[in-house]
Design a protein around this ligand. Structure first.
Ligand SMILES: [Fe+2]
Length: 244
């Protein structure tokens, strides 16, 4: 049975839509040519930190992103001096065509994955281990929602099956020629937050830190859920695109 807290999240998310200009503005920032976009530059930077899989971009709807200052410099927006915050409860994720996450778990949270544009495949696994049994593949298109809870579908791998073009490009050939992408909206509630009366601030073992299986070494590792950008910075970048 779907938990009531999941139904509540799904109902609230069901009205969220990207406008046509937002979809196009993000695509422009993923372009390789004629001008290399900000999001593509961030993807290249991320490969320098981790070249075990093609990267995706996390945009925090609250808190700061690691590359906010790069965006500000790129567009001369606001003063410099950021650090990233972990554990945003609401995250926009941008998945370039053919890119994917490692298999990862969601730290006992309850949440939803809501598709805003493009197409995304979510494979759920029985446990967090390389070679774990596949529970099922869910393909999401705009307006469709997947859910997870601590004891159900909490381990998964996300993949964007869209057209990546004819040849790989960029650092370690981990990027592709096209600027096609999918975007998904994620909300993660810590256990206490599913019952509002008993809310306590987040701690380790919550959405602040998730675990994943390394794509090459196949061992389990932890990652703090820092975001790459914050929504208020990205929104200003996109708005600049729409006016040029
Ligand atoms: Fe995930």
């Amino acid at each position: 049975m779907v938990p009531a807290s999941v139904m509540d999240l799904a109902n609230k998310a069901s009205d969220i839509r990207f406008s046509a200009w937002e979809i196009e503005a993000i695509r422009m920032e993923l372009e390789l040519k004629p001008r290399k976009g900000l999001l593509r530059k961030i993807l290249e930077e991320k490969i320098n930190d981790d070249d075990s899989h093609p990267p995706y971009i996390r945009v925090a709807c609250t808190g700061k992103g690691k590359y906010d200052s790069m965006a500000r410099k790129h567009y001369g927006l606001l003063p410099d001096g950021d650090h990233a915050d972990a554990g945003s409860p609401a995250v926009l994720e941008i998945w370039p065509a053919q890119h994917y996450s490692p298999m990862h778990s969601h730290g006992g949270t309850t949440g939803i994955i809501y598709c805003l544009t493009g197409q995304i495949d979510v494979m759920a696994y029985e446990e967090l281990r390389w070679g774990a049994t596949e529970l099922g593949l869910l393909t999401l298109t705009p307006g469709q929602c997947a859910w997870l809870a601590a004891d159900k579908f909490g381990v998964h791998k996300v993949y964007c099956p869209m057209d990546g073009g004819s040849k790989p490009v960029g650092p370690w050939n981990l990027l592709n020629e096209t600027s096609d992408y999918a975007a998904t909206f994620h909300v993660y509630l810590n256990e206490e937050e599913t019952v509002p009366d008993t809310y306590v601030p987040a701690e380790l073992g919550t959405r602040d830190v998730f675990e994943y299986v390394h794509e090459i070494e196949h061992d389990r590792r932890k990652f703090a859920t820092y975001s790459d950008l914050s929504w208020h910075v990205l929104r200003r970048v996109l708005a600049k695109n729409s006016s040029t």
